[in-house]
Design a protein around this ligand. Structure first.
Ligand SMILES: [Zn+2]
Ligand SMILES: [Zn+2]
Length: 284
């Protein structure tokens, strides 16, 4: 008999962040799973890489999330450890648009169990533009929802960042940064971009909340045998029969959920038929 999973309900949780993501995640997980979020001690997750590029991120998003959790002290009462990593990159299915890909990773120390989920969203406020004049920078900022979304101003020379002003949220702060920028000569690249850190970026907060809600749903599907959460289809088989001729198509015919803890497996076979537009015979 396999060991039963200790319930995720009523746990103390901690978020490995320096960007105030705990209150946002608390709104998603407190009510349903009754997680009590402990205050995050001072940790410097920036050493693992920054959006603004002064510190490159050499780890994959999943590795970076795990490394953030490793920065937390061992003496908290938390049994749930959470980290998030956002990436702004080409959309995996629609390469010509930028997507915000958010990862949330959870480690449960009571069960020695880990899980992560990705959410891909086309809503984002990422931009990066070069400018020469202060007025131009102000206009770019305005076109990009400043001051609701904070901006970053930076100076680059030969591709290397010389100076950076982050978290600019007011016109006064932006102007002050731009006054210093004016003193740099034309051999420098002057750049204005979105501050994508969660606390400075309402759009990212929205996407992060969607990611957390997806994770919450996944955590509420359980293996019928050992009660391990996130019992989700992890294998698919193609071959859904065509509605007209009955030949197999490339559409998914079976979804298999396979419990990684106890091996319990459920196969869900689709009973509907494929639209002939997906059939090699009827619609070549
Ligand atoms: Zn199981
Ligand atoms: Zn057919």
């Amino acid at each position: 008999m396999n060991k039963k999973f200790i319930s995720l309900h009523h746990r103390q949780a901690i978020v490995a962040t320096k960007h105030q993501k705990d209150s946002l995640l608390a709104t998603v997980f407190s009510e349903t799973l009754h997680w009590e979020f402990l205050p995050t001690p001072m940790i410097d997750t920036d050493q693992l890489g920054t959006f603004s590029g002064e510190i490159p991120r050499n780890l994959s998003p999943l590795e970076a999330a795990k490394a953030k959790i490793a920065l937390l002290p061992n003496n908290t009462n938390a049994t749930i450890f959470i980290a998030n990593e956002g990436t702004f990159t080409a959309h995996p299915q629609i390469p010509f648009i930028t997507a915000d890909i958010e990862l949330i990773y959870v480690y449960d120390s009571l069960n020695n169990w880990e899980f992560h989920t990705y959410h891909i969203d086309t809503e984002h406020s990422a931009f990066e533009k070069q400018f020469t004049q202060t007025a131009e920078a102000l206009q770019i900022a305005e076109e990009n929802a400043f001051p609701q979304q904070a901006v970053i101003v930076s100076i680059k020379k030969n591709g290397l960042i010389q100076k950076v002003w982050k978290g600019l949220q007011t016109t006064a702060d932006l102007l002050e940064a731009l006054r210093t920028v004016e003193q740099f000569d034309a051999t420098c690249e002057k750049i204005i971009s979105a501050d994508l850190r969660a606390m400075y970026n309402p759009t990212r907060q929205t996407v992060l909340r969607r990611t957390a809600e997806k994770l919450l749903q996944e955590l509420q599907t359980f293996c019928p045998q050992c009660e391990t959460p996130a019992f989700l289809p992890n294998v698919t088989e193609k071959g859904l029969p065509c509605e007209w001729c009955g030949n197999p198509t490339y559409l998914v015919a079976k979804e298999i959920s396979n419990c990684k803890s106890c091996g319990y497996t459920i196969t869900k076979t689709h009973t509907h038929k494929a639209n002939p537009m997906y059939c090699m015979h009827c619609n070549p």
